[in-house]
Design a protein around this ligand. Structure first.
Ligand code: SF4
Length: 596
Protein backbone atom coordinates (compact mmCIF):
# COMPACT_ATOMS: atom_id res chain seq x y z
CA UNK A 1 0.00 0.00 0.00
CA UNK A 2 1.26 3.46 -0.81
CA UNK A 3 1.17 5.84 2.11
CA UNK A 4 2.59 8.93 0.48
CA UNK A 5 1.20 8.78 -3.01
CA UNK A 6 0.15 12.16 -4.39
CA UNK A 7 -3.48 12.97 -3.92
CA UNK A 8 -5.11 13.73 -7.25
CA UNK A 9 -7.24 16.43 -8.69
CA UNK A 10 -10.44 15.34 -6.98
CA UNK A 11 -9.28 17.26 -3.86
CA UNK A 12 -8.49 20.92 -3.43
CA UNK A 13 -4.97 21.94 -2.34
CA UNK A 14 -6.32 22.43 1.16
CA UNK A 15 -7.90 18.99 1.19
CA UNK A 16 -4.69 17.35 -0.05
CA UNK A 17 -2.70 18.95 2.72
CA UNK A 18 -5.27 17.93 5.29
CA UNK A 19 -5.37 14.32 4.16
CA UNK A 20 -1.62 13.94 3.96
CA UNK A 21 -1.06 15.88 7.18
CA UNK A 22 -3.46 13.70 9.13
CA UNK A 23 -1.84 10.51 7.89
CA UNK A 24 1.71 11.75 8.51
CA UNK A 25 0.80 12.76 12.03
CA UNK A 26 -0.64 9.35 12.82
CA UNK A 27 2.37 7.53 11.37
CA UNK A 28 4.97 9.88 12.90
CA UNK A 29 3.52 9.46 16.37
CA UNK A 30 3.66 5.71 16.14
CA UNK A 31 -0.06 5.42 16.48
CA UNK A 32 -0.32 6.87 20.00
CA UNK A 33 -1.81 10.28 19.42
CA UNK A 34 -5.23 10.20 20.88
CA UNK A 35 -6.66 9.76 24.32
CA UNK A 36 -7.36 6.23 25.50
CA UNK A 37 -10.79 4.85 24.81
CA UNK A 38 -13.26 6.01 27.43
CA UNK A 39 -14.49 3.30 29.76
CA UNK A 40 -18.15 2.50 29.39
CA UNK A 41 -20.24 4.56 31.79
CA UNK A 42 -21.47 2.60 34.79
CA UNK A 43 -25.08 1.70 34.34
CA UNK A 44 -24.95 2.80 30.73
CA UNK A 45 -27.66 0.31 29.89
CA UNK A 46 -30.07 2.45 31.88
CA UNK A 47 -28.96 5.78 30.49
CA UNK A 48 -31.86 8.13 29.90
CA UNK A 49 -32.44 8.65 26.18
CA UNK A 50 -34.10 11.83 25.03
CA UNK A 51 -34.85 13.11 21.57
CA UNK A 52 -36.27 11.34 18.53
CA UNK A 53 -34.19 8.18 19.04
CA UNK A 54 -36.03 7.51 22.33
CA UNK A 55 -38.55 5.52 20.25
CA UNK A 56 -35.96 2.74 19.97
CA UNK A 57 -35.45 2.60 23.72
CA UNK A 58 -39.22 2.46 24.18
CA UNK A 59 -39.48 -0.42 21.68
CA UNK A 60 -36.71 -2.30 23.51
CA UNK A 61 -38.43 -1.68 26.84
CA UNK A 62 -41.68 -3.08 25.49
CA UNK A 63 -39.88 -6.20 24.25
CA UNK A 64 -38.35 -6.70 27.70
CA UNK A 65 -41.65 -6.02 29.48
CA UNK A 66 -43.27 -8.68 27.31
CA UNK A 67 -40.80 -11.21 28.68
CA UNK A 68 -38.33 -11.08 25.76
CA UNK A 69 -34.55 -10.97 25.93
CA UNK A 70 -32.84 -8.46 23.72
CA UNK A 71 -30.28 -9.84 21.26
CA UNK A 72 -26.65 -8.74 21.88
CA UNK A 73 -26.88 -6.18 19.05
CA UNK A 74 -29.85 -4.50 20.74
CA UNK A 75 -27.99 -4.52 24.07
CA UNK A 76 -25.00 -2.93 22.34
CA UNK A 77 -27.14 -0.14 20.84
CA UNK A 78 -28.70 0.37 24.27
CA UNK A 79 -25.30 0.71 25.99
CA UNK A 80 -23.66 3.06 23.51
CA UNK A 81 -24.82 5.35 20.72
CA UNK A 82 -22.69 4.34 17.69
CA UNK A 83 -22.47 7.98 16.64
CA UNK A 84 -20.84 8.93 19.94
CA UNK A 85 -17.77 6.79 19.20
CA UNK A 86 -15.56 9.18 17.25
CA UNK A 87 -12.97 9.62 20.02
CA UNK A 88 -12.92 5.91 20.70
CA UNK A 89 -12.39 5.22 17.00
CA UNK A 90 -9.55 7.76 16.93
CA UNK A 91 -7.90 6.08 19.92
CA UNK A 92 -8.21 2.67 18.30
CA UNK A 93 -6.80 4.01 15.06
CA UNK A 94 -3.86 5.66 16.81
CA UNK A 95 -3.12 2.43 18.67
CA UNK A 96 -3.50 0.33 15.52
CA UNK A 97 -6.36 -1.58 17.14
CA UNK A 98 -9.41 -3.12 15.58
CA UNK A 99 -12.67 -3.02 17.57
CA UNK A 100 -13.72 -5.98 19.68
CA UNK A 101 -17.00 -7.64 20.63
CA UNK A 102 -20.16 -5.73 19.85
CA UNK A 103 -18.08 -2.64 18.97
CA UNK A 104 -17.46 -4.42 15.65
CA UNK A 105 -21.21 -4.19 15.07
CA UNK A 106 -21.40 -0.54 16.20
CA UNK A 107 -18.62 0.45 13.77
CA UNK A 108 -20.88 -0.66 10.93
CA UNK A 109 -23.09 2.37 11.67
CA UNK A 110 -20.16 4.34 10.24
CA UNK A 111 -19.93 2.02 7.24
CA UNK A 112 -16.82 0.35 8.67
CA UNK A 113 -16.85 -3.45 8.70
CA UNK A 114 -14.05 -5.28 10.50
CA UNK A 115 -14.08 -8.42 8.34
CA UNK A 116 -11.74 -10.77 10.27
CA UNK A 117 -11.13 -13.66 10.02
CA UNK A 118 -11.71 -13.35 6.27
CA UNK A 119 -9.27 -10.42 6.19
CA UNK A 120 -7.61 -8.55 9.06
CA UNK A 121 -8.85 -5.21 7.84
CA UNK A 122 -11.84 -2.90 7.63
CA UNK A 123 -14.10 -2.72 4.63
CA UNK A 124 -15.86 0.62 4.09
CA UNK A 125 -19.22 0.70 2.34
CA UNK A 126 -20.52 3.97 0.95
CA UNK A 127 -23.97 5.35 0.28
CA UNK A 128 -24.55 6.51 -3.29
CA UNK A 129 -28.21 7.46 -3.84
CA UNK A 130 -29.54 6.05 -7.11
CA UNK A 131 -26.00 4.70 -7.64
CA UNK A 132 -24.93 7.86 -9.46
CA UNK A 133 -21.62 9.60 -8.82
CA UNK A 134 -19.51 12.13 -10.64
CA UNK A 135 -16.22 11.57 -12.43
CA UNK A 136 -14.47 13.70 -9.81
CA UNK A 137 -15.93 11.54 -7.03
CA UNK A 138 -14.84 8.28 -8.67
CA UNK A 139 -11.38 9.75 -9.27
CA UNK A 140 -11.21 10.78 -5.62
CA UNK A 141 -12.28 7.29 -4.52
CA UNK A 142 -9.46 5.86 -6.66
CA UNK A 143 -7.05 8.04 -4.70
CA UNK A 144 -8.53 6.91 -1.39
CA UNK A 145 -8.41 3.27 -2.53
CA UNK A 146 -4.72 3.59 -3.35
CA UNK A 147 -3.62 5.63 -0.35
CA UNK A 148 -5.61 4.01 2.44
CA UNK A 149 -7.13 0.79 1.10
CA UNK A 150 -6.31 -2.19 -1.08
CA UNK A 151 -6.15 -0.23 -4.34
CA UNK A 152 -9.54 -1.29 -5.71
CA UNK A 153 -13.29 -0.99 -5.13
CA UNK A 154 -16.15 -3.46 -5.44
CA UNK A 155 -19.48 -2.50 -7.01
CA UNK A 156 -22.19 -4.07 -4.84
CA UNK A 157 -25.60 -5.51 -5.59
CA UNK A 158 -27.10 -2.29 -4.18
CA UNK A 159 -25.43 -0.12 -6.84
CA UNK A 160 -22.89 1.00 -4.30
CA UNK A 161 -19.13 0.85 -3.74
CA UNK A 162 -17.04 -0.87 -1.09
CA UNK A 163 -13.38 -0.19 -0.31
CA UNK A 164 -11.36 -2.96 1.33
CA UNK A 165 -8.03 -3.57 3.04
CA UNK A 166 -8.23 -0.62 5.48
CA UNK A 167 -5.95 -0.75 8.52
CA UNK A 168 -6.94 0.91 11.82
CA UNK A 169 -4.78 4.08 11.48
CA UNK A 170 -6.53 4.81 8.17
CA UNK A 171 -10.14 4.10 9.10
CA UNK A 172 -11.08 7.67 10.07
CA UNK A 173 -8.95 9.06 7.23
CA UNK A 174 -11.13 7.10 4.82
CA UNK A 175 -14.33 8.42 6.43
CA UNK A 176 -13.07 12.01 6.29
CA UNK A 177 -11.85 11.72 2.71
CA UNK A 178 -15.17 10.23 1.61
CA UNK A 179 -16.98 13.10 3.29
CA UNK A 180 -14.73 15.62 1.52
CA UNK A 181 -15.80 14.11 -1.79
CA UNK A 182 -19.42 14.89 -0.95
CA UNK A 183 -20.17 11.23 -0.18
CA UNK A 184 -20.87 9.37 3.04
CA UNK A 185 -20.80 5.91 4.57
CA UNK A 186 -23.05 6.80 7.52
CA UNK A 187 -25.56 4.06 8.20
CA UNK A 188 -24.24 1.89 5.34
CA UNK A 189 -24.14 -1.20 7.54
CA UNK A 190 -25.69 -2.66 10.70
CA UNK A 191 -29.37 -2.07 11.53
CA UNK A 192 -29.95 0.82 9.19
CA UNK A 193 -31.64 1.81 5.96
CA UNK A 194 -29.13 0.85 3.30
CA UNK A 195 -28.18 2.64 0.11
CA UNK A 196 -31.29 3.91 -1.66
CA UNK A 197 -31.36 2.34 -5.10
CA UNK A 198 -33.11 3.74 -8.16
CA UNK A 199 -33.37 2.92 -11.83
CA UNK A 200 -29.84 3.18 -13.28
CA UNK A 201 -31.13 4.85 -16.45
CA UNK A 202 -33.15 7.44 -14.52
CA UNK A 203 -33.70 10.56 -16.59
CA UNK A 204 -32.24 9.10 -19.79
CA UNK A 205 -34.57 6.18 -20.54
CA UNK A 206 -37.29 6.71 -23.14
CA UNK A 207 -39.40 4.00 -21.51
CA UNK A 208 -39.33 5.33 -17.94
CA UNK A 209 -42.43 6.80 -16.34
CA UNK A 210 -40.55 8.99 -13.90
CA UNK A 211 -36.99 10.03 -13.08
CA UNK A 212 -36.09 8.36 -9.76
CA UNK A 213 -33.06 10.57 -9.03
CA UNK A 214 -34.86 13.30 -7.04
CA UNK A 215 -36.68 10.70 -4.95
CA UNK A 216 -33.53 8.74 -4.11
CA UNK A 217 -31.75 11.97 -3.26
CA UNK A 218 -34.61 13.24 -1.09
CA UNK A 219 -34.91 9.99 0.86
CA UNK A 220 -31.12 9.70 1.23
CA UNK A 221 -30.94 13.14 2.85
CA UNK A 222 -34.10 12.58 4.86
CA UNK A 223 -32.44 9.55 6.46
CA UNK A 224 -29.16 11.38 7.06
CA UNK A 225 -31.05 14.12 8.88
CA UNK A 226 -33.40 12.00 11.01
CA UNK A 227 -31.40 10.31 13.72
CA UNK A 228 -34.37 8.17 14.78
CA UNK A 229 -34.04 6.33 11.45
CA UNK A 230 -30.83 4.62 12.64
CA UNK A 231 -30.69 1.53 14.82
CA UNK A 232 -33.74 -0.28 13.45
CA UNK A 233 -34.50 -3.85 14.53
CA UNK A 234 -32.53 -5.02 11.48
CA UNK A 235 -31.26 -3.76 8.14
CA UNK A 236 -33.77 -2.26 5.72
CA UNK A 237 -33.69 -1.91 1.91
CA UNK A 238 -35.64 0.62 -0.15
CA UNK A 239 -35.68 0.97 -3.95
CA UNK A 240 -37.38 3.20 -6.54
CA UNK A 241 -38.21 1.70 -9.93
CA UNK A 242 -39.00 4.39 -12.49
CA UNK A 243 -40.30 1.91 -15.07
CA UNK A 244 -37.20 1.91 -17.29
CA UNK A 245 -35.53 -0.89 -19.21
CA UNK A 246 -32.84 -1.71 -16.65
CA UNK A 247 -34.22 -3.48 -13.61
CA UNK A 248 -33.42 -2.22 -10.11
CA UNK A 249 -34.94 -5.39 -8.58
CA UNK A 250 -37.41 -3.33 -6.55
CA UNK A 251 -39.40 -6.40 -5.50
CA UNK A 252 -36.42 -7.77 -3.58
CA UNK A 253 -36.52 -4.80 -1.16
CA UNK A 254 -38.25 -4.26 2.18
CA UNK A 255 -40.02 -1.37 0.44
CA UNK A 256 -40.05 -1.34 -3.35
CA UNK A 257 -41.64 1.73 -4.94
CA UNK A 258 -42.61 0.85 -8.53
CA UNK A 259 -43.83 3.57 -10.90
CA UNK A 260 -47.13 2.93 -12.68
CA UNK A 261 -49.35 4.93 -14.97
CA UNK A 262 -53.06 5.32 -14.34
CA UNK A 263 -55.15 6.14 -17.38
CA UNK A 264 -58.38 8.08 -17.65
CA UNK A 265 -61.63 6.73 -16.20
CA UNK A 266 -60.16 5.01 -13.16
CA UNK A 267 -60.84 5.53 -9.46
CA UNK A 268 -58.05 8.11 -9.12
CA UNK A 269 -56.83 10.99 -11.26
CA UNK A 270 -54.78 9.92 -14.29
CA UNK A 271 -51.04 10.24 -13.90
CA UNK A 272 -47.89 8.54 -12.67
CA UNK A 273 -47.95 7.04 -9.17
CA UNK A 274 -45.93 4.51 -7.24
CA UNK A 275 -47.25 1.12 -6.18
CA UNK A 276 -45.68 -0.14 -3.00
CA UNK A 277 -44.29 -3.63 -2.51
CA UNK A 278 -43.43 -4.66 1.06
CA UNK A 279 -41.29 -7.30 2.70
CA UNK A 280 -39.07 -8.51 -0.18
CA UNK A 281 -36.19 -10.70 0.98
CA UNK A 282 -35.42 -13.39 -1.56
CA UNK A 283 -32.80 -15.05 0.65
CA UNK A 284 -35.77 -15.90 2.90
CA UNK A 285 -37.89 -16.97 -0.05
CA UNK A 286 -40.11 -13.91 -0.46
CA UNK A 287 -40.56 -11.17 -3.01
CA UNK A 288 -42.12 -7.89 -1.90
CA UNK A 289 -45.92 -8.22 -1.77
CA UNK A 290 -48.05 -5.57 -3.43
CA UNK A 291 -49.85 -3.80 -0.61
CA UNK A 292 -52.62 -2.36 -2.75
CA UNK A 293 -51.85 1.34 -2.37
CA UNK A 294 -50.83 4.10 -4.75
CA UNK A 295 -48.66 7.04 -3.74
CA UNK A 296 -48.01 10.27 -5.55
CA UNK A 297 -44.26 10.74 -6.06
CA UNK A 298 -44.20 13.59 -3.54
CA UNK A 299 -45.75 11.30 -0.89
CA UNK A 300 -43.13 8.53 -1.12
CA UNK A 301 -40.53 9.84 1.33
CA UNK A 302 -43.14 10.53 3.98
CA UNK A 303 -44.74 7.12 3.41
CA UNK A 304 -41.36 5.37 3.66
CA UNK A 305 -40.67 7.15 6.94
CA UNK A 306 -44.12 6.14 8.28
CA UNK A 307 -43.58 2.49 7.35
CA UNK A 308 -40.08 2.42 8.82
CA UNK A 309 -41.54 3.95 11.96
CA UNK A 310 -43.93 0.98 12.32
CA UNK A 311 -40.97 -1.35 11.86
CA UNK A 312 -39.06 0.53 14.59
CA UNK A 313 -41.95 0.17 17.01
CA UNK A 314 -42.92 -3.41 16.28
CA UNK A 315 -39.99 -5.23 14.59
CA UNK A 316 -38.56 -8.15 16.55
CA UNK A 317 -35.65 -7.15 18.79
CA UNK A 318 -35.28 -10.56 20.41
CA UNK A 319 -34.50 -12.80 17.41
CA UNK A 320 -32.21 -11.62 14.60
CA UNK A 321 -33.49 -14.33 12.28
CA UNK A 322 -37.04 -12.98 12.52
CA UNK A 323 -36.21 -9.28 12.70
CA UNK A 324 -36.72 -8.28 9.05
CA UNK A 325 -39.91 -6.53 7.91
CA UNK A 326 -41.18 -9.70 6.20
CA UNK A 327 -41.70 -11.36 9.55
CA UNK A 328 -43.72 -8.47 10.96
CA UNK A 329 -45.91 -8.63 7.86
CA UNK A 330 -46.26 -12.40 8.23
CA UNK A 331 -47.35 -11.92 11.83
CA UNK A 332 -49.70 -9.00 11.33
CA UNK A 333 -50.87 -9.16 7.73
CA UNK A 334 -50.85 -6.17 5.38
CA UNK A 335 -54.06 -4.55 6.63
CA UNK A 336 -52.85 -4.14 10.20
CA UNK A 337 -49.43 -2.93 9.06
CA UNK A 338 -50.95 -0.33 6.73
CA UNK A 339 -53.42 0.84 9.38
CA UNK A 340 -50.52 1.39 11.79
CA UNK A 341 -48.46 3.16 9.11
CA UNK A 342 -51.38 5.48 8.37
CA UNK A 343 -51.25 6.76 11.94
CA UNK A 344 -47.73 8.05 11.19
CA UNK A 345 -48.50 9.09 7.60
CA UNK A 346 -51.37 11.26 8.80
CA UNK A 347 -54.00 10.36 6.21
CA UNK A 348 -55.44 7.12 4.81
CA UNK A 349 -53.45 5.60 1.96
CA UNK A 350 -54.98 5.62 -1.51
CA UNK A 351 -56.10 2.02 -2.08
CA UNK A 352 -56.33 1.09 -5.74
CA UNK A 353 -56.48 -2.42 -7.26
CA UNK A 354 -53.47 -3.35 -9.34
CA UNK A 355 -55.81 -4.01 -12.32
CA UNK A 356 -56.37 -0.25 -12.64
CA UNK A 357 -52.68 0.31 -13.39
CA UNK A 358 -51.27 0.14 -16.90
CA UNK A 359 -48.83 -2.69 -17.53
CA UNK A 360 -45.22 -1.78 -16.95
CA UNK A 361 -42.85 -1.63 -19.93
CA UNK A 362 -40.44 -4.56 -20.19
CA UNK A 363 -37.29 -4.91 -18.16
CA UNK A 364 -34.69 -5.87 -20.75
CA UNK A 365 -32.08 -8.37 -19.68
CA UNK A 366 -28.68 -7.10 -20.77
CA UNK A 367 -29.77 -3.45 -21.16
CA UNK A 368 -27.15 -2.57 -18.54
CA UNK A 369 -24.39 -3.56 -20.99
CA UNK A 370 -23.39 -2.06 -24.34
CA UNK A 371 -24.48 1.06 -26.25
CA UNK A 372 -28.08 2.24 -25.92
CA UNK A 373 -29.80 5.37 -27.20
CA UNK A 374 -31.13 7.76 -24.57
CA UNK A 375 -34.42 9.61 -24.63
CA UNK A 376 -32.36 12.70 -25.40
CA UNK A 377 -31.75 12.85 -29.13
CA UNK A 378 -28.21 11.93 -30.29
CA UNK A 379 -27.13 10.86 -26.83
CA UNK A 380 -26.27 7.34 -25.62
CA UNK A 381 -25.30 5.47 -22.52
CA UNK A 382 -22.63 2.80 -22.52
CA UNK A 383 -22.83 -0.11 -20.08
CA UNK A 384 -19.39 -1.38 -19.12
CA UNK A 385 -18.85 -4.97 -17.98
CA UNK A 386 -17.10 -5.17 -14.60
CA UNK A 387 -16.81 -8.90 -13.94
CA UNK A 388 -18.11 -9.57 -10.41
CA UNK A 389 -17.95 -5.83 -9.78
CA UNK A 390 -14.26 -5.44 -8.94
CA UNK A 391 -12.45 -2.43 -10.35
CA UNK A 392 -8.89 -1.31 -9.64
CA UNK A 393 -7.85 2.28 -9.02
CA UNK A 394 -6.29 2.71 -12.47
CA UNK A 395 -9.54 1.69 -14.16
CA UNK A 396 -11.57 3.87 -11.77
CA UNK A 397 -9.49 6.81 -12.97
CA UNK A 398 -9.73 5.64 -16.58
CA UNK A 399 -13.52 5.39 -16.49
CA UNK A 400 -13.74 8.80 -14.81
CA UNK A 401 -11.72 10.17 -17.70
CA UNK A 402 -13.98 8.49 -20.28
CA UNK A 403 -17.09 9.88 -18.54
CA UNK A 404 -15.61 13.39 -18.49
CA UNK A 405 -14.21 13.39 -22.03
CA UNK A 406 -17.04 11.68 -23.87
CA UNK A 407 -20.09 12.04 -21.62
CA UNK A 408 -21.47 14.44 -19.04
CA UNK A 409 -19.18 13.16 -16.28
CA UNK A 410 -21.86 11.01 -14.64
CA UNK A 411 -21.21 7.36 -13.78
CA UNK A 412 -24.15 5.16 -12.88
CA UNK A 413 -23.67 2.01 -10.83
CA UNK A 414 -26.19 -0.81 -11.22
CA UNK A 415 -27.43 -3.65 -9.04
CA UNK A 416 -25.84 -5.90 -11.68
CA UNK A 417 -22.41 -4.90 -10.33
CA UNK A 418 -21.41 -2.83 -13.35
CA UNK A 419 -21.61 0.83 -14.40
CA UNK A 420 -23.01 3.01 -17.16
CA UNK A 421 -21.43 6.10 -18.70
CA UNK A 422 -24.22 8.38 -19.87
CA UNK A 423 -24.73 11.29 -22.27
CA UNK A 424 -22.25 10.23 -24.95
CA UNK A 425 -23.04 11.94 -28.31
CA UNK A 426 -23.53 9.64 -31.32
CA UNK A 427 -20.34 10.82 -33.00
CA UNK A 428 -18.24 10.13 -29.91
CA UNK A 429 -19.49 6.60 -29.14
CA UNK A 430 -16.77 4.91 -31.21
CA UNK A 431 -13.97 6.81 -29.50
CA UNK A 432 -15.51 6.17 -26.08
CA UNK A 433 -15.72 2.43 -26.78
CA UNK A 434 -12.07 2.44 -27.89
CA UNK A 435 -11.09 4.25 -24.68
CA UNK A 436 -12.99 1.72 -22.57
CA UNK A 437 -11.40 -1.18 -24.47
CA UNK A 438 -7.98 0.39 -23.89
CA UNK A 439 -8.68 0.00 -20.16
CA UNK A 440 -9.14 -3.72 -20.73
CA UNK A 441 -12.89 -3.53 -20.13
CA UNK A 442 -15.70 -4.90 -22.29
CA UNK A 443 -19.05 -3.52 -23.40
CA UNK A 444 -20.62 -6.57 -25.08
CA UNK A 445 -23.86 -8.01 -23.66
CA UNK A 446 -23.65 -11.54 -24.98
CA UNK A 447 -22.09 -14.42 -23.08
CA UNK A 448 -22.10 -15.16 -19.40
CA UNK A 449 -19.83 -12.44 -18.07
CA UNK A 450 -22.28 -9.55 -18.46
CA UNK A 451 -24.79 -11.16 -16.10
CA UNK A 452 -22.31 -12.58 -13.62
CA UNK A 453 -23.00 -11.47 -10.04
CA UNK A 454 -21.02 -12.59 -7.00
CA UNK A 455 -21.05 -11.56 -3.37
CA UNK A 456 -17.85 -10.74 -1.52
CA UNK A 457 -16.99 -14.34 -0.68
CA UNK A 458 -14.44 -15.66 1.76
CA UNK A 459 -11.69 -13.19 0.94
CA UNK A 460 -13.68 -10.46 2.65
CA UNK A 461 -16.68 -11.89 4.50
CA UNK A 462 -16.58 -14.12 7.55
CA UNK A 463 -19.87 -15.80 6.68
CA UNK A 464 -18.70 -17.05 3.29
CA UNK A 465 -18.32 -20.75 2.61
CA UNK A 466 -16.39 -20.20 -0.61
CA UNK A 467 -14.42 -17.75 -2.72
CA UNK A 468 -17.41 -16.66 -4.78
CA UNK A 469 -15.69 -13.92 -6.78
CA UNK A 470 -12.79 -16.04 -8.01
CA UNK A 471 -15.09 -19.03 -8.55
CA UNK A 472 -17.34 -16.80 -10.66
CA UNK A 473 -14.44 -15.75 -12.87
CA UNK A 474 -13.19 -19.35 -13.20
CA UNK A 475 -16.71 -20.42 -14.13
CA UNK A 476 -17.03 -17.64 -16.72
CA UNK A 477 -13.69 -18.58 -18.31
CA UNK A 478 -14.70 -22.23 -18.54
CA UNK A 479 -18.18 -21.50 -19.91
CA UNK A 480 -16.91 -19.08 -22.54
CA UNK A 481 -14.51 -21.78 -23.75
CA UNK A 482 -17.31 -24.33 -24.05
CA UNK A 483 -20.53 -22.62 -25.16
CA UNK A 484 -21.51 -19.54 -27.10
CA UNK A 485 -24.66 -17.82 -25.90
CA UNK A 486 -26.65 -15.46 -28.11
CA UNK A 487 -28.83 -14.13 -25.27
CA UNK A 488 -27.75 -12.75 -21.90
CA UNK A 489 -28.03 -15.00 -18.90
CA UNK A 490 -27.68 -14.17 -15.21
CA UNK A 491 -25.52 -16.34 -12.99
CA UNK A 492 -25.50 -15.38 -9.30
CA UNK A 493 -22.98 -16.80 -6.82
CA UNK A 494 -23.59 -16.21 -3.16
CA UNK A 495 -21.41 -17.27 -0.26
CA UNK A 496 -24.00 -18.08 2.42
CA UNK A 497 -27.75 -18.10 3.00
CA UNK A 498 -27.75 -14.32 3.63
CA UNK A 499 -27.70 -14.30 -0.17
CA UNK A 500 -26.29 -10.86 -0.85
CA UNK A 501 -25.96 -11.93 -4.50
CA UNK A 502 -29.60 -13.15 -4.52
CA UNK A 503 -28.97 -16.59 -5.95
CA UNK A 504 -32.68 -17.38 -5.98
CA UNK A 505 -33.40 -14.77 -8.67
CA UNK A 506 -30.60 -15.88 -11.01
CA UNK A 507 -31.21 -17.86 -14.20
CA UNK A 508 -28.61 -20.04 -12.54
CA UNK A 509 -28.02 -19.54 -8.82
CA UNK A 510 -25.14 -20.98 -6.84
CA UNK A 511 -25.16 -21.08 -3.05
CA UNK A 512 -21.80 -21.96 -1.50
CA UNK A 513 -21.47 -24.91 0.82
CA UNK A 514 -18.80 -27.15 2.27
CA UNK A 515 -18.87 -30.77 1.19
CA UNK A 516 -17.42 -33.57 3.29
CA UNK A 517 -14.58 -35.37 1.57
CA UNK A 518 -13.20 -37.81 4.08
CA UNK A 519 -11.43 -35.91 6.84
CA UNK A 520 -11.43 -32.70 4.85
CA UNK A 521 -14.15 -30.63 3.27
CA UNK A 522 -14.15 -29.10 -0.20
CA UNK A 523 -15.81 -25.98 -1.56
CA UNK A 524 -19.00 -26.64 -3.44
CA UNK A 525 -22.33 -25.14 -4.45
CA UNK A 526 -26.01 -25.94 -4.34
CA UNK A 527 -27.19 -25.13 -7.87
CA UNK A 528 -30.64 -23.69 -8.64
CA UNK A 529 -32.26 -22.68 -11.93
CA UNK A 530 -35.07 -20.50 -13.21
CA UNK A 531 -35.03 -17.54 -10.83
CA UNK A 532 -36.09 -14.06 -11.91
CA UNK A 533 -37.41 -10.76 -10.52
CA UNK A 534 -39.85 -8.24 -11.99
CA UNK A 535 -42.60 -9.35 -14.38
CA UNK A 536 -41.19 -12.90 -14.54
CA UNK A 537 -40.69 -13.05 -10.76
CA UNK A 538 -39.95 -16.56 -9.68
CA UNK A 539 -37.70 -18.13 -7.09
CA UNK A 540 -35.18 -20.55 -8.52
CA UNK A 541 -35.64 -24.30 -7.95
CA UNK A 542 -32.73 -26.38 -6.75
CA UNK A 543 -31.54 -28.84 -9.36
CA UNK A 544 -28.21 -30.13 -8.07
CA UNK A 545 -27.38 -29.98 -4.35
CA UNK A 546 -23.80 -29.94 -3.05
CA UNK A 547 -21.70 -30.06 -6.21
CA UNK A 548 -17.93 -29.82 -5.58
CA UNK A 549 -16.68 -26.66 -7.29
CA UNK A 550 -14.28 -28.47 -9.67
CA UNK A 551 -17.36 -30.17 -11.18
CA UNK A 552 -19.45 -27.00 -11.43
CA UNK A 553 -18.07 -25.58 -14.74
CA UNK A 554 -18.70 -28.82 -16.62
CA UNK A 555 -22.17 -29.23 -15.13
CA UNK A 556 -23.25 -25.65 -15.79
CA UNK A 557 -21.74 -25.90 -19.29
CA UNK A 558 -23.89 -29.01 -19.91
CA UNK A 559 -26.96 -27.10 -18.68
CA UNK A 560 -26.30 -24.35 -21.21
CA UNK A 561 -25.59 -26.91 -23.94
CA UNK A 562 -28.93 -28.62 -23.21
CA UNK A 563 -30.67 -25.24 -23.43
CA UNK A 564 -29.04 -24.41 -26.78
CA UNK A 565 -29.88 -27.86 -28.18
CA UNK A 566 -33.48 -28.13 -26.96
CA UNK A 567 -34.88 -24.62 -26.73
CA UNK A 568 -37.77 -23.38 -28.80
CA UNK A 569 -37.26 -20.58 -31.31
CA UNK A 570 -36.47 -17.36 -29.44
CA UNK A 571 -36.80 -19.00 -26.05
CA UNK A 572 -34.81 -17.60 -23.12
CA UNK A 573 -32.93 -19.79 -20.67
CA UNK A 574 -35.43 -18.75 -18.00
CA UNK A 575 -38.45 -19.83 -20.07
CA UNK A 576 -36.68 -23.02 -21.08
CA UNK A 577 -36.05 -24.19 -17.53
CA UNK A 578 -39.41 -23.00 -16.23
CA UNK A 579 -41.34 -25.16 -18.73
CA UNK A 580 -39.51 -28.31 -17.60
CA UNK A 581 -39.76 -30.38 -14.45
CA UNK A 582 -36.45 -30.72 -12.62
CA UNK A 583 -36.12 -34.41 -13.46
CA UNK A 584 -36.75 -33.71 -17.16
CA UNK A 585 -34.11 -30.99 -17.09
CA UNK A 586 -31.62 -33.35 -15.51
CA UNK A 587 -32.33 -35.88 -18.23
CA UNK A 588 -31.78 -33.29 -20.99
CA UNK A 589 -28.58 -32.11 -19.31
CA UNK A 590 -27.22 -35.66 -19.09
CA UNK A 591 -27.93 -36.08 -22.81
CA UNK A 592 -25.88 -32.96 -23.54
CA UNK A 593 -23.05 -33.76 -21.19
CA UNK A 594 -19.97 -31.76 -22.16
CA UNK A 595 -16.49 -33.21 -21.93
CA UNK A 596 -14.66 -32.43 -18.69
FE1 SF4 B 1 -21.01 -12.53 3.11
FE2 SF4 B 1 -22.99 -14.26 2.91
FE3 SF4 B 1 -23.31 -11.74 2.04
FE4 SF4 B 1 -21.72 -13.39 0.70
S1 SF4 B 1 -23.92 -13.66 0.98
S2 SF4 B 1 -21.25 -11.27 1.28
S3 SF4 B 1 -20.88 -14.63 2.32
S4 SF4 B 1 -22.99 -12.39 4.15
Amino acid sequence: MQHNAPVGDAFSEEQKQYLQGFLSAVLARGGATAAPAPAPAPGAADTFVAGPEAIHRAAQDRAIAAGGKLVPEEEAKRRKNPFDMWDEMAANGAAGRFPKGTDVFLHKFHGLFYVAPAENAFMCRLRIPNGILSAAQLRGLAEIAEIYCGGFADVTTRANLQLRGIQPPHAQSVLMAIDELGLTSRGAGADNIRNITGSPTAGIDAQELIDTRPLCRALHHYILNHRELYGLPRKFNIAFDGGGKVSVLADTNDIGFAAVRIGAGKSVEPGVYFRVGLGGITGHGDFARDCGILLKPEECVRAAAAMVRVFIDHGDRTDRKKARLKYLLDKWGLDRFLAEAETHFGTPFRRVPVEECEKRGPEVKGAHIGVHGQKQQNLNYIGVVLPVGRIDAARMRGLSEVASRFGSGALRLTVWQNLLISDVPDERVGAALDAIAALGLGTVASGVRSGLVACTGNTGCKFALGDTKSHALTLADALEARVTLDRPINIHLTGCPHSCAQHLIGDIGLLATKIDAGEESVDGYHISVGGSAGAERKLAREIYPAVPFPEVPKLVGSMLAAYLAKRRAGESFHDFVVRHEIDDLKHLISQNDLAA
